[in-house]
Design a protein around this ligand. Structure first.
Ligand code: SF4
Ligand code: SF4
Length: 405
């Protein structure tokens, strides 16, 4: 969250918990409320779908703890009821509207490995329990609906041999502090920092077969992705919940390109078409689509769950053709083939944060933390040969290196 968003959130929380709720709304808060209500009206009620074995009804677009305050409040008015990364509210405070109606919302705590990042860190039952308890103390949420293993397992062997995270969940559940178990799963196939790493689809298939987790988040976006599509079929058959994340592949950049926007049929916006596509043309249960303010909220979320129009079909074709030339799918197929063990997928994920989300601070910090950077590329071209999009990876990562250092 940027400083500006943080200030905006704090200001709104203060406003909603005191002035507004006590009936003492000042002109500024009245305007903010009216903007929120108008935005929510434009988007309308979000449809809900069952998520996972428990059959909980969850809005097809979910929110997150780092969503800016005004779109979060508009989302609540539209029936958004699932909050990924609710532990982020430790920093900013829980929206008053959620605290006042706690049981109407599903709030998720994301729990990281300890003793290092998601490559080198490990599971620790006691540390996970302590983290969840601290997050509950700081947020006053009372309980978390979902406990999410952030970044997931490195491979199926780890899933089967290290049950520390699951034990931590079981103990917290007995105390009534968490209710459901879920994970977000990245791909670790060929990652030099994760020996024996496997793809997200391989690991998630084993997770479903294991039967302990109820739903998962994973990277999924428009364009062909046969491996994940196969997994989605499998998950649905087994009543395992699925939520797409990192969905806006390259759209932030494309939206700012007048030549690309010229090609789109009249009356469509790329993010709006993406929303319609994700919520009607896939086997997903829900999706996270980032928005930064109320304008983006309306532009992106209007039409969620509604049929694609003929112009949307045309637009998604154009978007796919364009993004396939420029934006990485984060499939990690290139990863095992780099002789320099450059974390290509990570670098191109950071590129998305910078160029699509304009989150340059986050992208630069993450890039600075990499042990092997793009400037070690020897331009052998091996990665290009295995990339399903035939992306010019060496040029791309060199550019990212320049942008983020
Ligand atoms: S071109 Fe660079 S990034 Fe690609 S495989 Fe060779 S060294 Fe790795
Ligand atoms: S660069 Fe190509 S192969 Fe590598 S993760 Fe991206 S889309 Fe997949």
């Amino acid at each position: 969250m940027t400083e500006e968003q943080s200030i905006q959130r704090r200001a709104f929380l203060k406003m909603s918990s005191s002035a507004v709720l006590a009936g003492l709304a000042c002109k500024k808060s009245e305007k903010a409320l009216s903007d929120i209500e108008k935005s929510a009206q434009k988007v309308g009620k979000l449809a809900r779908r069952k998520l996972g074995y428990s059959g909980r009804e969850v809005s097809i677009l979910i929110g997150s703890g780092d969503l800016a305050a005004l779109p979060a409040e508009a989302g609540i008015l539209c029936g958004m009821n699932y909050w990924h990364k609710a532990n982020r509210w430790m920093r900013t405070g829980v929206p008053g509207t959620i605290l006042k109606n706690r049981d109407a919302h599903y709030c998720q705590v994301t729990v990281d490995r300890v003793g290092g990042d998601h490559y080198r860190g490990h599971f620790d039952e006691e540390a996970h329990i302590a983290y969840v308890k601290e997050a509950l103390k700081q947020t006053s949420l009372g309980y978390f609906d979902d406990m999410q293993l952030h970044f997931g397992y490195h491979n199926t062997k780890e899933l089967k041999s290290d049950r520390s995270f699951i034990r931590a969940f079981d103990r917290l559940k007995k105390e009534g502090l968490v209710k459901h178990l879920c994970l977000s799963q990245h791909s670790y196939a060929g990652n030099s920092r994760v020996p024996g790493g496997q793809s997200a689809a391989e690991i998630l298939t084993a997770v479903v077969e294991d039967g302990l987790y109820e739903h998962a988040q994973f990277m999924y976006s428009f364009g062909a992705d046969p491996e994940m599509d196969k997994f989605l079929e499998f998950a649905r058959k087994h009543h395992f919940g699925t939520i797409a994340m990192k969905t806006s592949r390259g759209l932030g950049r494309l939206r700012e390109d007048p030549a690309f926007m010229e090609k789109l049929p009249e009356g469509v916006s790329p993010h709006n078409t993406l929303t319609r596509w994700l919520t009607t043309q896939t086997k997903l249960d829900a999706a996270v689509i980032r928005v930064r303010d109320l304008n983006e909220f309306v532009e992106t979320y209007s039409g969620a769950g509604e049929k694609m129009r003929s112009r949307d079909f045309k637009a998604i074709e154009i978007m796919t053709a364009e993004a396939d030339q420029t934006a990485c799918r984060l499939c990690a197929k290139c990863q095992p083939h780099c002789p320099q063990q450059i974390p290509i997928t990570e670098i191109l994920r950071f590129e998305r944060y910078a160029m699509d989300d304009h989150d340059w601070d986050k992208a630069s910090q993450l890039y600075a933390g990499l042990q092997v950077k793009a400037d070690t590329c020897i331009h052998c071209g091996t990665c290009i040969q295995v990339c399903p999009l035939n992306l010019q990876i060496p040029e791309k990562i060199s550019r990212v290196h320049l942008l983020l250092t």
